[in-house]
Design a protein around this ligand. Sequence first.
Ligand SMILES: Nc1nc2c(ncn2[C@@H]2O[C@H](COP(=O)(O)OP(=O)(O)O)[C@@H](O)[C@H]2O)c(=O)[nH]1
Ligand SMILES: [Mg+2]
Length: 262
Amino acid sequence: MTDPLPPVPPPPALPAETAISTPAAVDPKGAGAARSRPAGAAASPEKAALGWTHTARFVTTAARLDQVPVSELPEIAFVGRSNAGKSTAINTLAQQKRLAFASRTPGRTQHINVFALGPKDEPDAWFADLPGYGYAAVERSAKLRWQEVMAEYLAVRRNLSGVVLMVDSRLGLTDLDRQLLEWIRARVASGEVRLLVLLTKADKLNRRDAQKVLTATQEALGDLSSTSADIGVTLFSALSRQGLGDVAVALREWVHPTPPTA
Ligand SMILES: Nc1nc2c(ncn2[C@@H]2O[C@H](COP(=O)(O)OP(=O)(O)O)[C@@H](O)[C@H]2O)c(=O)[nH]1
Ligand SMILES: [Mg+2]
């Protein structure tokens, strides 16, 4: 590689919430505002959304798509390369340590894990944690099987409402990520399936490199856009919680659209 060495990164930026010194009274989204709200008042959108993602609980695990129960509930699929930070992102969203097992042996989890969200006796959405991909040591037959499972799931799963694609922010979109985007291209273009790309481990990048990968990813996704498509990209860090509230709000909005205010 001929790239020059990257500059020494500046100290990590404070999360926006703590960097902004606006008084709580005029910052309805700030943490202070939520604390000072009178009892019974609606929580901030982020708190409400994180309260919803916190309800995630394990439903079932399946080795094949035909073993995943048929469901009418809106389903959000989590996909990404092995080691992209998928399990960590799901656990962080759910604020649970071991909901999705953060695997120490990448490539091992070839199953589809399903989680339910919403009230206990009345779930209102499912999260589907799909097999990670791109792990070099996985044998060819396993890779082919992965392609089959993923392509089929993304193409035919009727209740699929949205896809969250986790991409390591230091790598950006890889060939396998682009392959996956091709599998959902038509359903995203029609607006049937929403897409959110999380550029994970953003805490490992300095601001300039973070901005660079954000722009490059937005450009690459421009190719998928259409008038009906709902496509988002955001920097995300489980470590610093960067993007966490926004992601929870976006996912909740997918399955519980805010009614337009009259
Ligand atoms: N610095 C940092 N490391 C992370 C973050 N999220 C995940 N990781 C690390 O990345 C590795 C892979 O994470 P994991 O969630 O198991 O990835 P998965 O294979 O996509 O499920 C683990 O060592 C995690 O601790 C993050 O936001 N920041
Ligand atoms: Mg994992």
